[in-house]
Design a protein around this ligand. Structure first.
Ligand code: FPP
Length: 258
């Protein structure tokens, strides 16, 4: 791991905190929050740092947001850490991103165990380097009996890939006689997705000012509330997170009704 900490030192902006846990209605916290952690590269560029410095700083923010989500009683936190399209990035950056789970879990796994967090991964694991898988599998194993917050990393995840895989499996099950075509409905399709036992996000957060889904949970986000902020992910903090929850709680969710 490169020692970029020294590069970053003194370059992180300190932001004031306007929101506190008292601003949240703890009886209607979103069960499942999904986050597109965007803006690491631009955060670094703005400071004259290499892009990977942004990813490193972003990793530390993950720890803080996991803590905050756990504190307010969120059940599932799904984080988009690497998409099926991210392989197109320069090799040095991809290699670094594939080291981050080890770096993160190497440092924080004992705390996650203590805090009753259950680690999970969704995505195409076949293409992941063995060192990345090893770190993730250890975390999954060590936290398997925890029943607090589910920390779900979307790693080498793409929603279109996920849906194509689901369709392939449905066709196979149909050919094997395990499924009738008439049985296919929304509920059944959902049960073939990687989120089958964690349900759909109630709230989607995307940082960095981009307003798109980038192949993230296209099926599962059908009725989620979307919340966008211009803040780059490395500058995202508890204050911004609580702000997103407060604004979520001001929305009226109608799920197509009136
Ligand atoms: C998008 O920003 C961010 C990523 C592709 C990687 C996100 C990963 C982390 C925040 C760290 C993950 C931590 C763990 C523990 C796995 P970008 O690089 O596209 O930013 P840009 O749009 O400004 O270039």
């Amino acid at each position: 791991m490169l020692d970029i900490f020294s590069l970053i030192k003194n370059k992180t902006e300190i932001t004031s905190s306007d929101y506190s846990i008292e601003d949240i209605d703890l009886s209607s916290v979103p069960n499942h929050i999904a986050i597109i952690m965007d803006g690491n590269g631009r955060w670094a560029k703005k400071r004259g740092l290499p892009r990977i410095a942004g990813h490193y700083e972003g990793m530390k923010v993950v720890r803080k947001i996991v803590k905050s989500a756990n504190e307010i009683g969120v059940k599932v936190l799904t984080l988009y850490a690497f998409s099926t399209e991210n392989w197109k990035r320069p090799k040095e950056e991809v290699d670094y991103l594939m080291r981050l789970p080890e770096e993160f879990l190497g440092t924080f796994l004992p705390e996650l165990v203590t805090e009753n967090v259950q680690v999970r991964v969704m995505g195409n694991q076949e293409q992941l380097p063995s060192h990345t898988l090893k770190a993730l599998n250890k975390a999954i194993y060590d936290t398997q009996y925890n029943d607090g917050l589910i920390l779900n990393f979307a790693l080498n995840y793409g929603s279109r890939y996920e849906m194509i895989e689901a369709i392939k499996q449905i066709v196979k099950d149909s050919k094997n006689g395990n499924l009738e075509v008439e049985d296919i409905n929304e509920e059944l399709f959902s049960s073939y997705l990687m989120t089958s036992d964690i349900g759909e996000p109630d709230l989607l957060i995307r940082t960095s000012g981009e307003i798109r889904l980038s192949n993230f949970m296209l099926w599962q986000l059908a009725y989620a509330e979307f919340w966008f902020t211009d803040v780059y992910w490395p500058d995202f903090n508890k204050n911004e997170f609580l702000k997103s929850i407060v604004e979520y709680q001001c929305r009226t969710r109608r799920f197509g009704g009136v």
